[in-house]
Design a protein around this ligand. Structure first.
Ligand code: GLU
Length: 303
């Protein structure tokens, strides 16, 4: 039987909050209840927002809660490392070369303002859809290098379908959802979509459990898996934790940040908060990780 491999992939741009803990706990339980391996990967692609001190704090918070990883982390020495995205440039470069070889990539010099100017009025939910301004008339066609240009990948004329373990069957039309998307920015920074696919594939991840704000991104990622010749993992997108106003938690919600939570609660109390929100326990009460693991195993066995 194939080994189950899950991962937690935080961006070190601030202190974690209850929402991050919720995702980490569910991913850890899902993997551990089936005897799998759990990887910690630090997604520090954005040099402006990522700080090593936040990465260290994330590791410290996870240890404090008992959420230990089998592989990865800042000093991770596992065979599939390094586990910091900022150190994985050569692997992304190789994947980009493969994508360019498909003839489906093209250089793009559109600014954000250019793209916003082409948006149809119904795209008012903040989603930016690329309308294909720089797309060559004929594709596939060989990639023509252009200094300072972003590399865009043409999306296919088809609906990407997949079954999410939590959200069920999904069908995403990439033309309508995002249009041709960037795999490498003009300033050389790697896109999240490319890096996450290369990393999950090369780290042998079989299950991607994360917040449902990334549900539609899974379609872009499935397309990349296919072009790069990798097998897609299973996806499970969990609802985001919201504050009392019903708005998804952000780093601004201080009372649910790990800094505040650690100062006022025990690890078991915090695990209880996450477990209650996940419906693993009926009411908020302190609970240990081993109790949660037991309760997850009971749920699996009774299915
Ligand atoms: N690094 C992303 C975040 O912290 C998570 C990406 C993923 O799990 O695919 O939101």
């Amino acid at each position: 039987m194939k080994e189950i491999v899950g991962r937690f992939a935080p961006s070190p741009s601030g202190r974690m909050h209850l929402g991050n803990i919720y995702t980490a706990v569910l991913s850890w339980l899902s993997v551990k209840s089936r005897g799998g391996r759990w990887i910690l990967r630090i997604e520090d692609l954005d040099p402006q927002r990522s700080k090593m001190e936040f990465a260290r704090q994330i590791e410290d918070d996870l240890h404090w809660l008992g959420l230990d990883w089998d592989e990865g982390g800042i000093d991770g020495m596992g065979v599939r490392g390094p586990y910091l995205q900022s150190l994985r440039h050569d692997l992304y470069e190789e994947a980009l070369r493969k994508l360019k070889d498909t003839g489906l990539c093209y250089p793009c010099t559109c600014t954000r303002a250019d793209i916003l100017a082409t948006q149809a009025p119904h795209e008012s939910d903040g989603r930016v859809v690329y309308m294909g301004t720089c797309r060559p008339r004929l594709l596939p066609s060989p990639y023509k290098e252009k200094a300072g240009a972003a590399v865009r990948l043409a999306v296919p004329d088809e609906t990407i379908s997949f079954v999410d373990r939590i959200k069920g069957a999904q069908s995403v039309d990439l033309h309508r959802h995002c249009g041709d998307f960037i795999v490498r920015r003009g300033d050389g920074a790697w896109s999240y979509q490319l890096a996450v696919v290369v990393d999950d594939a090369m780290m042998g991840v079989t299950e991607v459990l994360r917040g449902d704000d990334l549900l539609l991104s899974a379609a872009q990622q499935i397309y990349l898996y296919r072009l790069l010749g990798y097998e897609s993992p299973e996806f499970a997108h969990v609802p985001l934790v919201c504050n009392e106003a019903g708005i998804r938690l952000s780093k601004r919600d201080k009372s649910l940040s790990m800094e505040y939570l650690r100062a006022h609660h025990t690890p078991e109390e915090i695990l209880g908060m996450a477990a209650r929100r996940a419906g693993l326990i009926p009411a908020e009460a302190p609970v240990s990780l081993s109790e949660l693991l037991e309760c997850t195993l009971r749920k699996i066995r009774s299915k």
